[in-house]
Design a protein around this ligand. Structure first.
Ligand code: PLP
Length: 381
């Protein structure tokens, strides 16, 4: 740090330069985030100093958070759900599993607990396993890239604390058979966490959706991210529990704050993202999100039609606005698309393919030019 500060102009010059080095979303087909809604940006700025780590000082923001939890509880068919706003899917997943672990330990078991997750689970579960010292058992996928029910059942034993189901897998946008997993969880008397970090703001707004939420009696917690398809600002995740006991198991005493307990993983916590989330959810309403999702799905189907014309097909029929493509030498194609044409795409691991996320910033014009460039790369492989 310099002894004396720079001028505002110097600061702005450096910031403008750095901002210029950041990619614009105009050629990004790899991200599950997008430009936040403008009302979210406005609210974020207005509440910029609000700290939900000490919400006794910020009662207004705290009320907004409660309204968000109520609305999302309604949307996910359990208006009494308890929870809080996290920094995103990773924190929601960590806390959901930590709660399972804490409640399981009270049952006086002495063996190392394990958690059964689909092979398609987000890498945050590897962090969960490391932090909580829980054995992660990865169940294989079936031909539709949903978790195999037989594989899940074969991995459950007396030290299994719970199952994870994915509603919108990061790589394939696939939804597991959560109704079946719900029955299995109930029969085995274990928890079932649904990771809907991406799909939570998609599935309820699709024309023909499937049950994935608290309407299924075995589902005990859900992660849903406003900062992905909810069009809020970062960091905005939400974790919801079916029962208040689950949240209670995360309680920590906070002796020197305005409130005496905390359930969160982080201490100081952004109230700006809370206000932003409240603003965009209330501005759009269900009708607005239905439009966002149906636009993304139309664009997704447009892409599939264009890809078929050049002989490229998806690994599975897309369930949401995530497309995984069957493509030779996906790694090479990905790096050539970036180097020669500036496109950002990602790859899927197993099966190996090219992955595109059709977020609201992705336009038909972008995709026309992307498909042309992809053809050029494939023609010269
Ligand atoms: C994005 C994602 C996460 C991680 O969320 P962050 O907000 O990046 O922490 C977890 N699970 C799924 C299914 C995701 O798509």
């Amino acid at each position: 740090m310099n002894e004396t500060g720079l001028s505002e102009e110097q600061i702005r010059n450096v910031l403008n330069d750095s901002k210029g080095q950041d990619l614009k979303y105009g050629r990004v087909l790899s991200s599950m985030c997008t430009y936040p809604h403008e009302i979210a940006v406005e609210a974020h700025m207005q509440f910029i100093e609000s700290n939900m780590g000490d919400f006794g000082l910020f009662r207004g923001t705290y009320n907004l958070e409660n309204e968000i939890l109520g609305s999302l509880g309604d949307l996910l068919h359990h208006s009494e759900a308890s929870g809080y706003m996290t920094t995103g899917g990773t924190e929601s997943n960590i806390q959901a599993i930590r709660s399972m672990r804490n409640i399981f330990q009270r049952k006086d078991k002495c063996h190392r607990p394990n958690l059964v997750v689909p092979d398609s689970a987000h890498f945050s579960f590897d962090k969960v396993s490391d932090i909580l010292d829980i054995e992660l058992r990865k169940a294989s996928l079936d031909k539709d890239l949903k978790v195999s029910i037989e594989s899940v059942m074969s991995l459950i034993d007396e030290n299994t604390i719970g199952l994870v189901a994915i509603a919108g897998s990061t790589e394939f946008g696939q939804v597991d058979q959560i109704d079946v997993l719900s029955d299995i969880a109930i029969k085995n008397n274990i928890f079932l966490h649904v990771d809907a970090a991406f799909g939570g703001f998609v599935l309820p707004f699709l024309e023909d959706s499937q049950e994935f939420d608290f309407s299924l009696p075995g589902v005990t917690s859900i992660a849903i991210d406003p900062h992905k398809m909810g069009l809020s600002t970062i960091p905005a995740g939400v974790l919801l529990f079916r029962s208040p006991d689950q949240l209670e198991s995360l309680k920590a005493d906070t002796p020197y704050l305005t409130v005496s307990t905390q359930y969160t993983l982080t201490g100081t916590r952004s109230g700006a993202a809370v206000a932003a989330t409240w603003a965009v959810m209330n501005r759009l309403g269900k009708e607005g999100y239905r439009k966002v999702v149906s636009d993304c799905m139309s664009t997704t189907h447009y892409l599939l039609d264009r890809l078929a014309e050049i002989g490229v097909y998806p690994l599975i029929e897309p369930v949401m606005n995530v497309v995984a493509l069957e493509i030779p030498e996906a790694d090479l194609v990905r790096s050539r698309l970036a180097k020669e044409f500036n496109w950002q795409v990602s790859i899927t691991q197993n099966p190996h393919g090219l992955r595109l996320v059709i977020m609201p910033h992705v336009t038909i014009e972008m995709l026309d030019s992307f498909v042309q460039d992809l053809k050029k790369v494939l023609d010269t492989l």
